[in-house]
Structure formats: C-alpha cells, structure tokens
Design a protein around this ligand. Structure first.
Ligand code: NAD
Ligand code: UDP
Ligand code: UDP
Length: 336
C-alpha cells in the first residue's frame, strides 16, 4: 500500500524561533511575598517570559492575579522536591517558607525543600545550561559573633535547634550551589537576604513587621518578644528585588548580602509603628522563642562595590506603604 504523505509535525524549534530573543525565566516560590514582586519587575521587560513554579504552601495565586492569562506568563503548581523538566535560561530559586512559624511547622519538609529542592533546580540548570540564583539568608550567620556581618563570616549556628531546618538547610543549599559550580561549571549567584518587608506579606505569618502592623491596625497590643533589645535591619521589598536582579545580571557568584543596614531594636520598631500607625496602642513584652539571634545587620560593602546597589527606601517611608496594603486586606480604612 502506498504511504500517504504526512503533514509536517509542529516543530518545537519553529515555536522557540518566535521567542528567539526572549529570555525564559523560572521563578520558584514566585507566588510568595518576595517572589511575586520579583515577577512583577521581570514582567515589565517585554523580552522576558516568566514561569512560576510554586506549591502554594505560603504563597497564593492572588499575589500573581494580574499576570494569570498573560501570554508571557505561566504558573505551574509544582513542589521543588520533585523533578522539574522544562527549558529555561535563568532560574531564580526562592521556593522555601521564610517565616519561622511556617518553616517550623513541618521542619522535615523545610529541610527537604532546601536540600532536595535546590539539588533539583541545580540538576535542571545543569541539563539546560541555565544560570541559577539562590535566595539564601542572613540566618546562615546564626546568632552572629561578628557585627555587622560580612560575607566572609562563617556564622554561629546551632545544628540541632528548632531553626536548623531553615538555617542549616540554606547552608547546605549554598554548599550544593558551589559544588555544582566547581564540579559542573554551572553559573551560580547567591544572595544572602536580610529581613525584608512590604506589601503582600502574609498578615498572620508571625514575622515582626507584619505582626506589629496588623496589631496596630486592629488596635491590639504590639507584642515585643523579650528582651526587646535584639536588633534587626529591615529592607523594603522593591530594594530587595532590585538587588536580586542586579546580582543575577552581574558577573559575581556571591554570596552577597542584600539588606538594609539601618539597624533597630524590636522596641524601637514597635515605637515607630505605634507613632506612625496608631499612637493609642499599647506595647507589651511577651515570651521569646529559642535561638533568637540577638543582633543582625548586613555589611553591604560587597553589594555596593560589585553591584552598585544600596537600598533607597527608609523604614519610616516603607512602613506606611505596607500599612496601606494591610488596611486594604483587613478592611480597616485609615480614619477608623
Ligand atoms: P514566602 O513564604 O512568602 O514565599 C516562599 C514561596 O515558596 C511561597 O510561595 C511558597 O508557597 C513557596 N514554596 C515553599 N515550599 C515550596 C516547595 N517545596 N515547592 C515549591 N514552592 C514552595 O517567603 P518570602 O519572604 O517571599 O521568601 C522568599 C525567599 O527569600 C525564601 O527562599 C526565603 O528563605 C528567602 N528569604 C526571605 C527573607 C525575608 O525576610 N522575607 C529573609 C531571608 C531570606
Ligand atoms: N533534575 C530536574 N530537572 C532536570 C534535571 C534534573 O529536576 O531537568 C533533578 C533530578 O531529579 C536529579 C537532580 O535534579 O535528581 C540532580 O540532577 P543531576 O543531573 O545533577 O544528578 P543525577 O540525576 O545524576 O543524580
Ligand atoms: N518579634 C517580636 N514580636 C513579634 C514577632 C517577632 O518581638 O510579634 C521579634 C523576634 O523575637 C525577633 C525579631 O522580632 O527577634 C524578628 O523576628 P522575625 O520572626 O520577624 O524574623 P527573624 O527572626 O527570622 O529575623
């Protein structure tokens, strides 16, 4: 029997030609707080196609609602502890719960996400030749004995504590990144992110800025955990996203600290929130959790020199922007 001529198969090459000059970017954890702001910024560039992979543990579709259905955007429900087979040019690997109450909720899952999740994303980067950026954390410095913390400081971390699933998990993730870089030539970037705040943080996620703002709006006491003299340095999310993109696009592997060096005690933070949002509210001292770092402030010399980056938004300017978002979500207008 004579073979009938088959129509040509749709060629994936023809499809990719259409996007030839486009950059295909995967953002893991893109439905979360920092990830969704990063997606907003990446989508502004018409040459970027953005794929988000997220298991929605702490993130939500709501954070990405303006992009769902957009031709350059794709959202995949995916857990990074499982294999992911796609084609991309860059990977921003953020997937991991960041708030202590969520990462302590299922610590074994947290460490799997950090270790197996990062291994999988490195395997993907290796297979397709993509550049990969890991969002590590200032928690790799533990309860630091050096202040402020430069990237060269190796940290003071409890390997068996309740925070270890997160901080030791991120330390292994950094090790994996460097071993894939040295052993397989993968292009890596590591950001050590310090406390970040801004719109879209989970309202009840237990982190200090979100707690204080929600409490002030609801007229509840601001819960300062003892002793209250512990310090943190808070970076507004737009500055953070700017730093992450500069790191990805630059020539340095890192690790590079990205954070705001403005340092506050938790009592000072509570006083600022009280003054800006609700002067009538009470400040209450409450119990703390184990292994709470006593001080934290980034040394950002490397970010300034290598990325030309430093934060622009001061805490007192960022807090009202977050207040606006929280009021909208809590349904409590300003004059109430
Ligand atoms: P977030 O909890 O809002 O976002 C994390 C996202 O990852 C969520 O959308 C969540 O659903 C997703 N996720 C969690 N586990 C996953 C898994 N196994 N598979 C797929 N998706 C998963 O947190 P964030 O504040 O946006 O933090 C983002 C990244 O930045 C994290 O890697 C975090 O460790 C790092 N970081 C954040 C801060 C901060 O202050 N926010 C500080 C240091 C480091
Ligand atoms: N992997 C992935 N997507 C890919 C390629 C690999 O998720 O496109 C995962 C895969 O599950 C593997 C891990 O990445 O377990 C590490 O991959 P690698 O090739 O480095 O190691 P191997 O497969 O040899 O263990
Ligand atoms: N904290 C506080 N009140 C709260 C929540 C947190 O005083 O309602 C303190 C906490 O003890 C810690 C600091 O704020 O010293 C930052 O805590 P967070 O959980 O926001 O971040 P991390 O400990 O990861 O820096």
């Amino acid at each position: 029997q004579k073979a009938t001529k088959q129509p040509p198969l749709p060629s994936p090459l023809r499809f990719s030609k259409f996007f030839q000059s486009n950059m295909r970017i995967l953002v893991t954890g893109g439905a979360g707080f920092i990830g969704s702001h990063l997606v907003d910024r990446l989508m502004e560039n018409e040459k970027n196609e953005v794929i988000v992979a997220d298991n929605f543990f702490t993130g939500s579709k709501d954070n990405l609602k303006k992009w769902i259905g957009h031709p350059r955007f794709e959202l995949i429900r995916h857990d990074v502890t499982e294999q992911l087979l796609i084609e991309v040019d860059q990977i921003y690997h953020l997937a991991c719960p960041a708030s202590p109450i969520f990462y302590k909720y299922n610590p074994v899952k947290t460490i799997k996400t950090n270790v197996i999740g990062t291994l999988n994303m490195l395997g993907l980067a290796k297979r397709v030749g993509a550049r990969i950026l890991l969002t590590s954390t200032s928690e790799v410095y533990g309860d630091p004995l050096v202040h402020p913390q430069p990237e060269s400081y190796w940290g003071n971390v409890n390997p068996i504590g309740v925070r270890s699933c997160y901080d030791e998990g991120k330390r292994v993730a950094e090790t994996l990144m460097f071993d894939y870089h040295r052993q397989h030539g993968i292009e890596i970037r590591i950001a050590r992110i310090f406390n970040t705040y801004g719109p879209r943080m989970n309202i009840d996620d237990g982190r200090v800025v979100s707690n204080f703002i929600a409490q002030a709006i609801r007229g509840e006491p601001l819960t300062v955990q003892v002793p209250g003299t512990q310090t943190r340095s808070f970076c507004y999310v737009s500055d953070m996203v700017d730093g992450l993109i500069r790191l990805m696009e630059g020539e340095n592997t890192g690790p590079i600290n990205i954070g705001n060096p403005g340092e506050f005690t938790m009592i000072e933070l509570a006083e600022n929130v009280k003054e800006l949002i609700n002067p009538g509210v009470e400040i209450k001292m409450v119990e703390n959790t184990p292994d709470d770092p006593r001080q934290r402030k980034p040394d950002i010399t490397k970010a300034k020199e290598l990325l030309g980056w430093e934060p622009k938004v001061k805490l007192r300017d960022g807090l009202p922007l977050m207040e606006e978002d929280f009021r909208l979500r809590l349904g409590v207008p300003k004059n109430n």
